[in-house]
Ligand binder design. Structure first.
Ligand code: CAA
Ligand code: NAD
Length: 294
């Protein structure tokens, strides 16, 4: 995998200034991980509350590292200072790579990314962290589709090693190389994947989640399914995993991927995840999903 990543990173330079748009579960994690690796990052959200939560989580992770003796307080302070929370586009003209991590909705991504390309210089890589949408569909109406690629991180970002780098049909070789070099610079294992709904990992993961919804619809107890999958040896079962991912994101991913492979994948007939979205139980981020959280 390392050799593979090196081939695609050829000519790619680790960006010196970065931005993350959307400070939620993923954007917050990407900004923190970027700063931890020594690269300044502007973290933008429309909601001040999301920025506060993102900075709070970075502070909490850094305090844990300092407490365990793995990080000096001085270094932790530098990491925190490398993240600039903001609700506007200030400084975006100096950014060399920006990661879009707003909600999994094509219309919202079009709006956000088109506005971003007004603020970013031509040639600045604009990577989407989409879980399921094709990069070609995201890039099509944008002013500079050649600057767009996918950078699909996994949750929780600080600990999950894999990053899918998605090459759209119009992504320039430079954009793919820079995105790969950035992921490598974060200590991740980047793999370049084809542009299709769900890319590689979520094409495998989604049928598993659909099968889980079918089991629940047939009367299985989701807690017992979780215990079984843990005993099977997986780090967490599907109900807890969806609580970590977020039910709104999980629901969109099922819809996009099942629509992308008609005849091969189908959405669950009785969809427990969609029912939880309707009940506003979005998972850990809203205090409750399948399970309750403080
Ligand atoms: N942020 C930072 N560090 C974290 C963390 C977080 N949110 N969660 C856990 N960690 C760290 C812990 O601090 C701990 O670090 P040390 O060993 O250095 O102390 C380490 O990770 C292990 O944590 P724990 O012992 O508490 O817990 P664990 O053994 O269960 O491991 C895990 C945690 C690695 C997250 C593991 O539970 C796991 O692999 N879970 C599966 C996660 C997964 O499948 N993610 C993919 C979701 S799908 C997706 O992302 C794609 C999409 O498009 C929706
Ligand atoms: P989230 O709901 O936690 O956060 C989304 C953030 O985007 C919110 O803070 C919201 O205020 C912000 N936002 C919305 N519109 C905005 C705008 N116009 N400008 C700036 N910020 C805006 O979502 P998330 O889980 O972090 O997911 C973000 C993206 O990452 C989605 O595309 C999702 O599919 C993808 N993803 C999610 C996971 C996961 O496990 N949650 C894993 C991999 C990829």
């Amino acid at each position: 995998v390392k050799k593979f990543a090196r081939r695609h990173a050829e000519g790619g330079r680790k960006p010196a200034q970065t931005a993350v748009i959307g400070a939620g579960i993923m954007g917050g994690g990407i900004a923190y991980t970027t700063a931890l690796r020594g690269t300044p990052v502007r973290m933008k959200d429309i909601a001040q509350g999301a920025l506060d939560l993102g900075m709070g989580e970075a502070r909490r992770q850094l305090a844990k590292q300092v407490e365990s003796g793995r990080l000096a307080q001085e270094k932790a302070d530098k990491v925190l200072a490398a993240i600039t929370p903001q609700t506007d586009d200030s400084g975006f003209g100096e950014v060399e790579l920006a990661v879009e991590a707003v909600v999994e909705n094509l219309g919202v991504k079009h709006e956000v990314m088109a506005a971003l390309q007004q603020a970013l210089r031509p040639g600045t890589v604009l990577a989407s962290n989409t879980s399921s949408l094709r990069i070609d569909d995201i890039a099509a109406p944008l002013p500079r589709p050649e600057d767009v690629a996918g950078l699909h991180f996994f949750n929780p970002v600080p600990v999950m090693p894999l990053v899918e780098v998605v090459r759209g049909s119009r992504s320039s070789a430079e954009a793919v190389a820079t995105a790969t070099a950035y992921a490598s610079g974060l200590g991740k294992t980047p793999i370049v994947v084809k542009d299709c709904p769900g890319f590689l990992v979520n094409r495998i993961l989604t049928p598993y989640i659909i099968a889980f919804c079918d089991l629940v619809a047939e009367g299985a107890d989701y807690e017992q399914v979780d215990r079984a999958m843990e005993a099977f040896g997986w780090p967490m079962g599907p109900a807890y995993l969806e609580d970590v991912v977020g039910m709104d994101t999980g629901s969109h991913v099922i819809d996009v991927i099942s629509a992308g492979y008609p005849g091969r994948m189908r959405p669950p007939e009785r969809n427990a995840i969609r029912a939880l979205v309707a009940a506003k139980r979005l998972g850990q981020k809203s205090g409750g999903g399948f399970y309750d959280y403080d």
